[in-house]
Design a protein around this ligand. Structure first.
Ligand code: HEM
Length: 523
């Protein structure tokens, strides 16, 4: 008699409720008690197991980007870069052939607040893509905005602390934010985007994505190129004014998750085209910024965008926790033909992601189906919490969990292209880069905004800055003036005119304004 027949005998079918030990549960309504009024007894194994598992349902949420939504889909390569085969620039297999499809999982997110915070907040949005390629996984962990606040990873915990709620009041506080930003002039460019309508994308489907950091591509000869990645939504780009965001938030604080989920359920699959900007490897003294500086845009007019593929999201997750919550992305997750640049922020990030994931999800986080590559994995890593299968290769001698060996075990792969071997020398020091140029692009961005975007920017800045102490206001005005004299003047005048409510004790979150404007629709 096999197990199936046995189950039949016990009146069990596939939908019979069991506990995790496989024992059928015959009463899921009543704990075992002495008499029907209690007390309960300690040998209530089913109850104790059920409640103890429930007690452990939460894992720590992400320290940043806690609120998110995800979807599955595919990436389809174009095979060329401009008029040339893409192989001239990268040997990464996923890009080579026109029409080649690679499965992807994408997680969109907001950054500062917790797992159930409103999706209407002024905040950068995360745009993280996991490509399950034939050479293993590639993660492109980006944001919607194309630049970042800082360029040195040592400052990241301070940046995040300033934007997160006050450790005493647990309230987000504009004064703490501008205290940090006023003393970190490299943030001026990002602040200019964040307080404009670009700081509140209308939803996840209608926003751009960007790798932000500079990466490298490597061809078969080992030649490296500097690249930046950009996702452009085929649905168009749409941002919200503060007023519109508040109206949505009053009724629905899940609108972006809902929009993405419903669009995919309705078969209205969102698509993005992937563009790269590519320049030779080197420090490019002809530019007035460092090409490795993530606070800078590479202007399209100087460095063209080339389409290299498109992405379609066509399947919702089957389970939010298993897929979206436990998904783990990292900037170190690259495949052959893709590489890091010397961008310091990128290198700091690369340590941080897998470090936090070992804590947040567990040491075997890469064994979860959402994180594990869709190809054979064969390592000599072993054990650790929740290990459930050994990932040695097919036919491997199970006694040989080390390498090298002449009696069995795994063998090194054969290198397919030449190594990229940049030459590095210099004094070991703590110093910022030469071409910091903290204000010029912030001024350019201010001038490139439409009138409506500039008005909204000034109004949002004034509304948050008006409750900050004078030294902070003055320093921010000085920074904006260095970006563009008109920009500084308008913030200064706005602050003079602003009426601070004497009775207000809470200095308030970023961006609450009373402007009334139409939906912003950028081309
Ligand atoms: C998430 C660190 C800069 C985009 C995270 C997480 C950490 C982190 C610890 C949580 C990861 C997890 O729990 O799985 C850092 C550090 C940075 C940095 C140390 C700078 C030194 C950036 C930048 C971008 C970015 C510049 C945009 C290009 C993201 C995204 C997520 C994330 C999209 C969410 C990924 C997901 O959906 O799971 N970051 N970050 N981060 N970060 Fe960063």
């Amino acid at each position: 008699m096999n197990m199936k027949d046995e189950n039949k005998n016990q009146n069990q079918s596939e939908d019979t409720l069991t506990n995790r030990q496989g024992h059928p549960v015959t009463d899921n309504q009543n704990v075992r008690t002495v008499g029907n009024r209690g007390p309960t007894t300690l040998e209530n194994y089913d109850f104790l197991e059920k409640i103890s598992h429930f007690d452990r349902e939460r894992i720590p949420e992400r320290v940043v980007h806690a609120r998110g939504a995800g979807a599955h889909g595919y990436f389809e390569a174009y095979g060329t870069l401009g008029n040339e085969p893409i192989s001239k620039y990268t040997r990464a297999k996923l890009f080579q052939e026109k029409g080649k499809q690679t499965p992807v999982f994408v997680r969109f997110s907001s950054v500062v607040h917790g797992g159930h915070s409103p999706e209407t907040l002024r905040d950068p949005r995360g745009f993280a893509v996991k490509f399950y390629t034939e050479d293993g996984n590639w993660d492109l962990v980006g944001n919607n905005l194309k630049i970042f606040f800082i360029r040195d990873p040592l400052k990241f915990p301070d940046l995040v602390h300033a934007f997160k709620p006050d450790p005493v009041t647990n309230l987000q506080d504009g004064e703490r934010i501008f205290d940090f930003c006023s003393q970190s002039p490299e943030t001026t460019h990002m602040v200019t985007f964040l307080f404009s309508p670009w700081g509140i994308p209308a939803n996840y489907r209608m926003m751009q994505g960007s790798g932000v950091n500079t990466y490298k591509w490597v061809n078969k000869d080992g030649e490296g190129f500097l690249v930046k990645y950009h996702w452009e939504p085929k649905q168009g780009i749409r941002n919200l004014t503060q007023q519109e965001a508040e109206e949505i938030q009053a009724k629905n604080f899940n609108h972006a998750t809902q929009d993405l989920y419903e669009a995919i359920e309705d078969g209205n699959y969102p698509e993005w085209e992937l563009f790269v900007q590519i320049i030779s490897d080197g420090d490019h003294p002809e530019l007035d910024y460092d090409p490795l500086d993530p606070t800078k845009l590479w202007y399209k007019d100087d460095i063209p965008w080339h389409p290299v593929g498109k992405m379609v999201l066509n399947k919702n997750p089957e389970n939010y926790f298993a897929e979206v919550e436990q998904a783990a992305f990292g900037t170190g997750v690259l495949v052959d033909g893709l590489d890091f640049s010397d961008d310091k922020l990128l290198q700091g990030r690369t340590f941080s992601y897998s470090d936090t994931q070992r804590y947040r999800v567990g040491s075997n986080y890469l064994k979860l189906p959402i994180n594990s590559p869709k190809k054979n994995v064969a390592t000599n890593q072993q054990a650790g919490q929740m290990e459930y299968q050994v990932d040695h290769g097919k036919g491997q001698n199970p006694h040989v969990n080390y390498e090298p060996s002449i009696i069995g075990g795994l063998k090194e792969a054969i290198q397919e292209g030449k190594d990229h071997t940049p030459y590095v020398e210099g004094e070991l020091k703590r110093e910022q880069i030469d071409r910091t140029n903290n204000f010029k692009q912030a001024g350019e961005t201010y001038r490139r905004f439409s009138d409506f975007e500039r008005d909204e920017l000034i109004s949002n800045l004034v509304d948050t800055l008006k409750s900050c102490r004078k030294e902070i206001q003055d320093q921010m005005i000085e920074n904006f003036t260095k970006a563009d004299p008109e920009y500084g003047k308008r913030v200064e005048e706005g602050l003079k005119n602003a009426q601070v409510d004497e009775n207000t004790t809470h200095r308030g979150p970023i961006g609450a304004t009373d402007t009334e404007r139409a939906v912003h629709q950028a081309e």
